[in-house]
Design a protein. Sequence first.
Length: 386
Amino acid sequence: MSSVRTLRRWAFVHKWTSLVCSAFLLVFCITGLPLIFTDELRDLLSDDPPYATLPPGTPAASVDGMIETARRLHPDHVVWYVFVDDDEPKVLVGMLPSPDAPPSQARRIKFDSRTAEVLKEFEPAGSRPPTFLELMLRLHRDLFLELPGELFLGFIGLLFVAAVVSGVVLYGPFMKKLDFGEVRTKRSTRIKWLDLHNLLGIVTLAWALVVGATGVMNELSKPLFQIWQRTDVQAMLQPYRGQPVPAQSEMSSAQGAFDLVRRTLPERTPISILFPNDRLGSPHHYLVWTKGSSPLTARLFTPALVDVGNGTLTAVVEMPWYLRTLQVSRPLHFGDYGGMPLKIIWALLDLATIVVLGSGLYLWLRRRKAPVEAQIAELAELADGA
């Protein structure tokens, strides 16, 4: 009786956690499928002009020249950031109509990093229809609800983890008399789908736990960064509080800041520079983001502060453990750190999870109007007599 009572409790947990999160998980899986291939789809759907054909090893041009070009094109804007791609010869300069304008009003200018030629301008996201990948990302990340949506979907991720764990607990008693992977094709349709549901669920177990847990971490990224900014960053920038943000024409060289960080941290690669502002960085520093140069550290980002007045390095900021965990979780969530083979594996596991979710909904809709104890006894009897 105690074992039936225990199974009844686990069955209750599995049923309701699964039912509550199933519809949202289907949205996760469906929208996550194209996001696994973001780079490939972006290249496929892009209408950007091609890069110039130049000899290998052609050095990159100074980002200062690109910044000046961007300012000439839009003298009524201020530079927000510069991103230097280390995979292709691309530099993006982001600009805002004012220092306190929201990111949705940012326009981006794409340069060839070797010739400093303007390749394309991107209108602000708030003034154009979203692209297919932007729609998929917003649905996947926050259901177009921003922070409340992120927190809600983080809660759904926790329910998913609970559904996976409770499913593992139920798998053993129900399937102990069956060979692993056996699907009883001679039984009723409901039993065949139950076996398939159990099989795919246990096969995708490790992946589902990793994706579910890292998904929860990703949904918490915004509040985690806010905690960091309000604690460690505020304490570090206290001596500069109250100082006005310098005019961009008075700032030291952005290329000089890149070069300084590259010399100081030779094991790291500078990839972007955030200009001084009162909201997301320091009002008196370039915030230069770097990443590791090895495959293991390429997903770990470290910021450095460079004084815009004299161009000297102020500090290399050590990220707290919770943000390091977040950085590691992102590539694990989308499977984009191992090239195309891993992306294909991630996509297949994603499709298998869609079948698990669909079969779970089918089993619930086809459930018999019998007490849970009777259903458990029936399944145990079927397993014993298989």
